[in-house]
Design a protein around this ligand. Structure first.
Ligand SMILES: Cc1ncc(COP(=O)(O)O)c(C=O)c1O
Length: 408
């Protein structure tokens, strides 16, 4: 008889053996003290630490007005929506948020999902299943949700080398001109912090009559004159067909969305299973996200101080001789090769220095590219930055124990 349990145990043991098993730290947030949080250590003592891997980039999840909005609308409308968008789950708050998002991205319409993951999977799958012969042309570094979306349909897929527009053009050139095609990429790559050459990709899409789909999950709220993202910064909003974004990172609330032409949005709304057959976002979540976006749009200072913090962080790392991968974004990658070593460094940072940095291992990044992904927020202070740089130096530059012994 098939032994299900032994299969699960064996596969889990493999993960543990190669250091890729995921342990969840209980990061007990404090709205008042963010980025500090509380956790209980292995000896069952409560400890405080500084969060260096939250995607709450601007600290909007702790913003008084956003919290107040969530509470107020929850009291008025209740906790959940109680239905799918089609069956009693659409409120004025859903509609208002979709209008805000469409305007922000300079698109005709937007569509809410329960996360950007779901928005990616549903939109790509729906396009693949409904456009006969559609070919996906995808950057090799695309997020798991994009890959999952493309896997969910049987369309042909072509993968171009990361941000390599020459390779992209070779692939486009090789596809018959009358075949429908879509270029799928991210604006800010979550695990490398690299930024896509959006303008060139848009130009190529026009030349070869391809649709374009961009995941702006790590761009929205941060880049551009009103924080709409990299497309706004580069003046490319009109040039890209479909934008995907999240309400859960810089906006600090919860949910995801796409923004596109009215026809495209109506198409996904009408044919996207992952949109149609799920309970809609709670009304208060929509209202709070809308409030947060309004604050971000009007608060250039907040975004400026965020990027000033990125600059301060990188100067402190350079001063302390901590190597990191150069890029033009806010995501700072410190390579720490080897899954087990990377986890050990992260454990030491937490236990000895009160610094929480999640080790990033395969399959999130390719084997050999294990790293600490440092995320600074607008709420980190110079004292936090200095302490991080000092602690990284102390742990990463520590002499291996074998040398210490040789000296005794
Ligand atoms: C690039 C990228 N796309 C999509 C997602 C999914 O977004 P969400 O958390 O809103 O589902 C993430 C991470 O969470 C991401 O990093």
């Amino acid at each position: 008889m098939f032994n299900y349990n032994s299969l699960f145990t064996e596969r889990l043991q493999q993960l543990k053996n190669n250091g890729a098993y995921r342990y969840f730290l209980e990061v007990n947030k404090s709205a008042q003290h963010f980025p500090n949080f509380y956790y209980v250590n292995e000896e069952k003592f409560q400890r405080s630490a500084v969060n260096w891997c939250s995607n709450d980039y601007l600290g909007m999840s702790t913003h008084e007005e956003v919290i107040a909005k969530l509470g107020f609308i929850t009291h008025r409308s209740g906790t959940g929506s109680g239905g799918t968008r089609n069956i009693s789950g659409t409120t004025n708050h859903h509609k208002e948020l979709e209008i805000t998002l469409a305007d922000w991205h300079k698109k005709e319409a937007a569509l809410l999902f329960n996360g950007a993951y779901q928005a990616n999977v549903t939109t790509l799958q729906t396009l693949g299943r409904n456009i006969p012969g559609l070919v996906f042309i995808s950057d090799e570094r695309n997020h798991a949700s994009i890959i999952e979306g493309m896997r969910g349909c049987k369309n042909e897929k072509k993968i171009f080398r990361h941000n390599d527009v020459k390779h992209l053009e070779e692939l486009l050139y090789a596809i018959p001109a009358d075949k429908p095609k879509i270029i799928v990429f991210e604006s800010v790559y979550s695990m490398s912090g690299t930024i896509a050459p959006v303008k060139t990709i848009a130009e190529l899409s026009k030349k070869y009559n391809a649709l374009t789909y961009v995941d702006e999950v790590h761009g929205v709220g941060l880049y551009g004159a009103t924080g709409a993202g990299v497309l706004e910064q580069e003046g490319q909003e009109q040039a890209i067909d479909i934008v995907n974004g999240t309400l859960s990172k810089a906006i600090g609330v919860f949910g995801g969305y796409i923004a596109a032409s009215a026809t495209m949005v109506d198409f996904i709304r009408s044919f996207g299973s992952g949109f149609i057959f799920t309970t809609s976002l709670p009304p208060a979540t929509c209202a709070a996200a809308n409030k947060s976006i309004r604050i971000i749009q009007q608060n250039l200072e907040l975004r400026k101080s965020f990027f000033e913090n990125v600059r301060l962080l990188r100067s402190a790392l350079i001063e302390n001789e901590i190597e990191f991968n150069p890029n033009d974004s806010h995501i700072t990658i410190i390579p720490v090769t080897g899954a087990t070593h990377c986890r050990k460094v992260a454990d030491q940072l937490l236990q000895q220095q009160g610094i929480y940095l999640q080790p990033i291992n395969a399959p999130t990044v390719p084997v050999g590219e294990e790293c600490l992904r440092v995320i600074i927020t607008a709420k980190h202070l110079p004292k936090h930055i200095n302490h991080l740089a000092y602690s990284l130096k102390k742990i990463l530059h520590a002499r291996p124990a074998i040398y210490e012994k040789a000296y005794i």
